[in-house]
Design a protein around this ligand. Sequence first.
Ligand code: PEP
Ligand code: MG
Length: 524
Amino acid sequence: MRVEGIPASPGYAEGPLFDLDQPPASYKAKASAEEEQAALVSAIGKAVGRLAALVETADGDAAGILEFHIAMLEDDALSGPALAAIGSGQPADAAWRAALDNEIAGYEASDQDYFRARAADLRDIRDQVLRALSEDSEAATPPGAILYGDDIAPTRFLETDWSIGGGIALKRGSTASHVAMLARSRGVPMVVGLGDEAETPTGAALLDAERGGIIFSPSPAEIETFRRSASTFADRQGAARTFLTEPAVTKAGTSVRVQVNIAYPSDVDGIEIESCDGVGLMRTEFLFGKTLPDEETQYRAYRKVLEWAGDKPVTIRTVDAGGDKPVPGFTVEETNPFLGLRGIRLSLKRRDIFRVQIRALLRAAIHGNLKVMFPMIATPEEYSHAAALFAEEQAALAAQGVAHRLPPLGIMVEVPSVALAPEDFADVAFLSIGSNDLTQYVMAAARDNAAVAHLNAVRNPAVLRLIAAITAFGRERDIPVSLCGDAGGDPAAIPALLEAGLRDLSVAPAQLAMAKAAIADIPV
Ligand code: PEP
Ligand code: MG
């Protein structure tokens, strides 16, 4: 039986289903307080061991977070109260939970954003030890399996061995989630929005993350057709790889610049700079993921990417928190977050946090070819306020004698007001079309809602007309226009984007080869 969903990371996977939603195993109480204490100490040790193993394979930023978790677990101040509570008769799991919940409440009550954001780390640590305590009966993820369930946590993704295949099939989930981005950058097939089945399917399944669907209990005929599609996909990917090192040109010789989208500075470790024209979008909200990064942390992150790119441009976007990307201690709870305080709106409201990012960017700018852009701009005033903050921080750095440079400042075109009246933005240095948000706002169809995914189509004539208009405006006024939404890496959308006049795309690294191959296939 085939169930349709939305492709979040292209590819094919065939394997046994692994139920992500099975209830966690429960802890078995021990005979004495000493045994309970020993169980807790050993569970903490197990959690540390597991994190240390993850650090080995993690990227720079993920490794930093994991090391921070290890340091907290190894701190006696955290385990002391739990061990004492066990001594007075509590079982290990209840004692650990109560001790950590108490700590978490303390952090949450802090009036400092930094400490409030740390509560999320403590919750993660609490759950890792609880998992280790009840682990004897917990099923590990079998390699090569298709992980099936409501949603999946990033740590589960990072712990899974993807080397022999496997994939992710989610009943809900979102193509814009952290896990979806990790899956795309590591080439793990993933489908979201499959909805609920009357009964939990078991046994083998076929995951088609190219079109977006899953076949439960497949027939021999379905397996055969599936394997044919999987092998053509692998062939196409293999053939596309030959385009990777060449500049992108259409059949008629039209050059197209293809840059990459990144989220973590370590993403560039796996990309040959020769294979792309620079970084068209660095999303910085993921640096803000669990804790608010200080100026030095941000400076180092930006500098690393700039030095990697050499003289090729790196467009770093100021933090676009909010919407479907909440940041503890920064974003606010809203009933309609896509239409709320996200992107530049939030940065202009929380200038203390924005100024830290601005200083880090100004200082990093001396290490390469930096461009900075603002997300979710809806009015020219937002752009002028943000640009004024750059000027203020620049003056402050100059007064302190700190090395810095003011980069060109541009905006994302992702709110229809900008696409419809671009003439109000004639003083920006460049425009970058965010087709993910532009499409959802033009079509009134949320980008993370599987039920309206058919409406969330970049190739709808209304969306394409706006893209063509903004491209024409850029040409007239000599303002560079690029596109950094996911459509830029979608071979099915690329012909329409070039037809709309675009000659500058920015795509997920795993889509680079396929995007260049698709461009080479276009006649004009
Ligand atoms: C977009 O909206 O197309 C975009 C590139 O930004 P994000 O996906 O981060 O919202
Ligand atoms: Mg956007």
